[in-house]
Design a protein. Structure first.
Length: 85
């Protein structure tokens, strides 16, 4: 019985200490670090710029394919007309 009472007393003491610590903390949300805001902003910017780079690469690839196609068509047309280039 002694150990049970000791456990209850210890538990109550720990509970009260935890309550005091919780009440000592400032209410509301913690202040954010300005660097966290800057990092988030830069990550968004990097994502946007990576998207633009990928789009530019696709455009360049399509332009290269179109150029090759037009050159092939021009060579075929020249060959059909019997002209030498």
């Amino acid at each position: 019985m002694v150990s049970y009472c000791f456990l209850v007393v210890t538990w109550r003491r720990q509970r009260d200490e935890g309550a005091q610590e919780a009440l000592a903390q400032a209410a509301g949300r913690q202040k954010t670090d300005p660097q966290d805001h800057k990092i988030a902003s830069l990550k968004r910017k990097v994502g946007r710029l990576e998207g633009e780079v990928n789009k530019s690469r696709r455009v360049i690839e399509i332009q290269g394919n179109l150029s090759a196609l037009l050159e092939t068509l021009a060579l075929d047309r020249t060959a059909e007309n019997g002209e030498l280039k």
